[in-house]
Design a protein around this ligand. Structure first.
Ligand code: N01
Length: 571
C-alpha cells in the first residue's frame, strides 16, 4: 500500500466541529422551531432565517379571515416544551396562536436570527464549494442580496401559496372580491349580501363568523363534506362548562396555572384522543365504518333547523378522505334562513354577482373565495440542485422525497412540511418538532463526521415514493373525493400526507438511517473525521474527567436477589 497523502491528517481536533452556516426560509412555526433547536444543539453555527412577511408566525400571521382559528384543540396545538396555560379558547383564534408564537420567539430570542420582509427568490447548489448560493429580495427597499450557506432549510409551509379559483369572469366582479388567505381586515360586511365559495376548513369557519353582520349568504358548495363531532368536547364538559361552550374563563385559566396536575391531565387526555384515531383512516376498518354512522347522526342533529340539507351535504365518500373538521357553528349557520346553500355549479362571475350553470343570476356585494391553495409543492422560486437540476422540474408530476424532508440530487437541502408530511389525523406540531430534530441530527453528523454534503440516495427516495403509494391504497385517502391531499384532484396521487399515523412518523424520524444517504467529505480521506489525535479540551488545556460525575455514569440496574429483593453490593 502506498503512503497516504499528508493532507489527509486534518489539523483539527476530533471534536472541533466545522462551522456551519444555515439559512432557513420562512419564520413560521418551522422556522421558529429551527431558530430554537439549531442554536441549542449545533456548535459553531451561523444561522439566518429569511421571512417575506412583516412578522413571524407564517400561516397564523397571514390568515386573518373572520372565524380563522385552529380546529385542533389549542392544548395540543403548541410546542411540547412551551405549554401555554392561558389559552382563552378550546379552539384558539389565529390572533391568539400568533401571539403565542411571538411570545415563544421573544422568550428564546429567535429574533436575532430572523430578517423580516426578506423574500428568498432563488437558490443554487454549488457542488465544487459544497454551498448553496441564495438570492434574497429586500421587500422594503427592493434591493437583491446574495447570501450563501452550507445547509438550506425550507420552512415555507405546505399551504402558503394561495390562488384564485379558475372561474370565468372572477376579476370582472364590481363588488368586493376576497380570498380567505389574503384577507382585507378593513372590509366591513355589515348589511351586505355575500357569496362564500368553498366548504373546506376555511369556508366552514367563515360562514358562521360572517353570518350575523351580513344580510344574506349564498354558500357555494361544489363537493360534499363530512363534519366531525366536536373533538374531545367531553373534556370541556367535564370542567362543568357544558358541551357547546368553548371559552375558558379567568377561573379556568387560573386552574390551568395553579394546578399543574390538572393541566397535565387535561392536555394529555386531549392528546391521547388525538393520537388514538388512526384506524379511522383505514379502508373498511370498524372505526371507519362506525364513523359513517356517528358523523351522520351528528350532522342530522346539527341540521335540525333545515333537515333537507342533510341529503345535499352528506358525502358518498367515507369520512377523513377529505380533511375533517368539526366546524363548530357551521351546520347551525347553514340552517339559518339567511343562508342559501347552492350546489349548482358556478358558470361565471358577472359585474354584480354570480351566474350558476342553470342560468340563475345571484346578485351579491362581495365574493369570498375560500377556495384553497396551490398544493402541487412546486417551489415558488427556482431551486437548482446538482448539475443545475430544477426542483420544480424534478417534482413535476411526483414530488418525490425521502421521508418528506429531503430529496436526491439536492445536497444539504432539508424541508419542514414537505410533500407527504401533513397528517389526516394526529398532531402536526409534534411532527414539525420531529422533523427539525431530524435535521439537527443530520447537521450534528455532518459536523462530527466532517461531511461536506449529504443527500438521500435515489433508491431511498424511490423506495419512499413506492411505500407511500402502496400504503395509501389501504386508506380512505385514495378513495374518490376531491382534496388538496391529492393536489386538488379526486383520483390523483396522495402527495400531501405522511404515510402512517403521527406516532408512526415520530418513530420513523427518531433515528436517521444513515445508510439511506450519500456523503461527500470535507477531507478526501473518508476517515478524516478522526482529526489529528487530539480533543479540544486537551489542546486548550481544559481537561476534565467529568465523565466520572455520578450523573454522567450509566449505572446498570442490578438484578434483584433473595425474597426481600435486597441488592448485591460490592463493598
Ligand atoms: O381549502 P380547501 P381551505 N368553484 O382546498 C372549493 C388548512 N386549514 O382553505 O371540494 C367552486 O380545503 C373546493 O371545492 P371541492 C387545512 O389543512 C386549517 O378551506 O374541490 N368551488 C373546496 O370546497 C385545510 O384542509 C384550518 O369541490 C371551488 C374549497 O373551495 C387546508 O388549510 C383552517 C373552486 C377549498 O377547500 C385548506 O383549507 C383553515 C371553484 N372553482 C384551513 N375551487 C385549521 O383550523 C375550489 N373550490 C387548522
Amino acid at each position: 500500500m502506498g503512503e497516504a497523502p499528508k493532507h489527509w491528517l486534518d489539523e483539527r481536533c476530533i471534536d472541533e466541529y466545522r462551522p456551519l452556516r444555515v439559512i432557513v426560509i420562512g419564520a413560521g412555526i418551522s422556522g421558529i422551531l429551527a431558530s430554537i433547536r439549531l442554536p441549542q444543539k449545533i456548535a459553531n453555527l451561523s444561522l439566518q432565517v429569511y421571512e417575506k412577511n412583516a412578522d413571524v408566525g407564517g400561516t397564523w400571521f397571514e390568515n386573518r379571515y373572520p372565524g380563522c382559528a385552529c380546529d385542533i384543540p389549542a392544548h395540543t396545538y403548541q410546542a411540547t416544551f412551551e405549554p401555554n396555560h392561558e389559552w382563552s379558547q378550546f379552539y384558539a383564534s389565529s390572533q391568539e396562536i400568533h401571539r403565542y408564537w411571538k411570545k415563544v420567539v421573544a422568550k428564546y430570542d429567535c429574533g436575532k436570527y430572523i430578517k423580516l420582509r426578506h423574500e428568498v427568490n432563488g437558490a443554487t447548489w454549488d457542488d465544487r464549494t459544497g454551498k448553496w448560493r441564495v438570492s434574497i429580495r429586500n421587500l422594503v427597499d427592493h434591493t437583491v442580496v446574495e447570501d450563501s450557506c452550507d445547509v438550506l432549510i425550507s420552512g415555507t409551509g405546505a399551504l402558503n401559496y394561495w390562488k384564485w379559483p379558475d372561474i370565468p369572469g372572477l376579476h370582472d366582479f364590481g363588488g368586493k372580491l376576497l380570498h380567505s388567505a389574503d384577507w382585507d381586515e378593513e372590509f366591513d360586511w355589515t348589511g351586505k349580501r355575500l357569496a362564500v365559495i368553498g366548504n373546506g376548513s376555511s369556508g366552514i369557519q367563515i360562514v358562521p363568523a360572517m353570518l350575523e353582520k351580513s344580510v344574506h349568504i349564498d354558500h357555494y358548495v361544489r363537493g360534499r363534506t363530512w363534519l366531525a363531532p366536536t373533538f374531545a368536547r367531553e373534556k370541556v364538559d367535564q370542567m362543568g362548562k357544558g358541551l357547546d361552550n368553548f371559552s375558558f374563563t379567568q377561573e379556568d385559566i387560573a386552574r390551568f396555572k395553579d394546578d399543574p396536575a390538572f393541566y397535565e391531565r387535561f392536555r394529555k387526555d386531549i392528546e391521547l384522543e388525538l393520537q388514538s384515531v388512526h384506524s379511522v383512516t383505514i379502508k373498511g376498518s370498524p372505526e371507519q365504518l362506525g364513523a359513517v354512522e356517528l358523523f351522520t347522526e351528528n350532522m342530522k342533529r346539527r341540521l335540525a333547523g333545515k333537515p333537507e340539507l342533510l341529503e345535499t351535504l352528506l358525502p358518498s365518500f367515507p369520512p377523513v378522505c377529505r380533511r375533517l373538521t368539526p366546524g363548530p357553528g357551521y351546520l347551525e349557520a347553514l340552517a339559518s334562513p339567511k343562508v342559501d346553500v347552492i350546489t349548482t355549479g358556478i358558470k361565471q362571475v358577472v359585474e354584480d354577482g354570480i351566474v350558476t350553470a342553470d342560468g340563475q343570476h345571484h346578485p351579491v356585494d362581495a365574493i369570498i373565495c375560500a377556495t384553497g391553495f396551490d398544493t402541487t409543492f412546486s417551489p415558488r422560486f427556482p431551486i437548482l440542485g446538482k448539475n443545475g437540476l430544477s426542483l420544480s422540474e424534478k417534482w413535476r408530476g411526483v414530488p418525490s422525497t425521502y421521508l418528506s424532508l429531503a430529496t436526491d440530487d439536492f445536497p444539504n437541502y432539508f424541508i419542514s412540511l414537505g410533500p407527504n408530511s401533513a397528517l389526516g389525523t394526529g398532531n402536526l406540531l409534534l411532527l414539525i418538532e420531529k422533523v427539525i430534530d431530524y435535521i439537527v441530527l443530520c447537521l450534528q453528523k455532518m459536523q462530527r463526521d466532517n461531511i461536506k454534503s449529504m443527500s438521500p440516495r435515489s433508491s431511498a427516495v424511490e423506495g419512499f415514493v413506492q411505500y407511500c403509494d402502496l400504503y395509501f391504497q389501504t386508506t380512505v385517502f385514495s378513495l374518490d373525493c376531491r382534496s388538496w391531499y391529492k393536489g386538488g384532484t379526486s383520483d390523483g396521487r396522495v402527495s400531501a400526507l405522511w404515510p402512517g399515523s403521527s406516532l408512526h412518523a415520530m418513530q420513523a424520524l427518531a433515528h436517521p438511517r444513515w445508510e439511506d444517504f450519500l456523503y461527500d467529505y470535507e477531507n478526501e480521506n473518508a476517515c478524516g473525521w478522526i482529526g489529528n489525535g487530539w480533543t479540544v479540551k486537551e489542546k486548550t488545556k481544559q481537561v476534565n474527567v467529568d465523565y466520572l460525575n455520578y450523573d454522567q455514569i450509566d449505572f446498570p440496574p442490578l438484578p434483584l436477589v433473595g425474597e426481600a429483593g435486597e441488592n448485591r453490593a460490592l463493598g
